[in-house]
Design a protein around this ligand. Structure first.
Ligand code: PLP
Length: 204
């Protein structure tokens, strides 16, 4: 029977019901610890310490420093912040104008790099993938130029599930002195996110 109660939701990788443990953990922050964490009063300080505790928890999972964690409202916002920040900082310091990415990125990366090219005059090279959606590290290496400032390769694809050879690509970026960004939105919770091993500088 085709009633709403018989519908089956098959889009959990896009978004999923909030885990009841998360609902419970977040409950105090609606109306008990609600203040602006930047405010100097004790209400604000309570919010600030909750925020820093959360930052430490995430840093422990990723094995990085808490100061390296930036909270955003979505994966799209995280990709935008990382790509624009890295690109504009590189331009500001005169390091170059060229970005390497792939043909199978989520729009959060694809449209952002399109806009960096069309409105902000960055040059963008999109490395192709094979029939299984895999990016070749050799193709990434060949695409890197002396003026390349950023490489962005998604860790796991949201449509076909391909996991990219992150360790190899990261090693190439490190050897060539280029920042490495990855969209790991679909990898989080399913694959280990070893930032150091993958030589990742920026991860959404
Ligand atoms: C690979 C990938 N990157 C980015 C996003 C965007 O995340 P959000 O919907 O949180 O903006 C998604 C969303 O499904 C995704 O699958």
């Amino acid at each position: 029977m085709n009633t709403p109660n018989h519908r089956i939701y098959l889009d959990h990788s896009a978004t999923t019901p909030v885990d009841p443990r998360v609902v419970e953990a977040m409950a105090p922050y609606w109306n008990e610890i609600f203040a602006n964490n930047e405010s100097a009063h004790t209400f604000g300080q309570a919010a600030a310490s909750a925020l820093e505790e959360a930052r430490q928890t995430v840093a422990d999972v990723l094995n990085c420093r808490p100061s390296e964690i930036v909270f955003t409202a979505s994966g799209t916002e995280a990709d935008n912040l990382a790509l624009r920040g890295a690109a504009w900082a590189a331009r500001q310091s005169g390091r170059g104008n060229h970005i390497v990415t792939t043909t199978i990125e989520h729009h959060a990366v694809g449209h952002t790099t399109d806009q960096l090219r069309d409105l902000f005059d960055f040059e963008v090279t999109r490395v192709p993938v094979d029939e299984r959606g895999r990016v070749s590290p050799d193709d990434v290496a060949a695409a890197i130029r002396p003026d390349t400032v950023l490489v962005s390769v998604m860790m796991a694809n949201n449509e076909i599930g391909t996991v990219q050879p992150m360790v190899k690509i990261g090693r190439i970026c490190r050897e060539r002195g280029v920042l490495f960004h990855t969209d790991a939105v679909q990898a989080a919770g399913r694959l280990p996110l070893e930032l150091d091993n993958m030589n990742v500088d920026l991860m959404a």
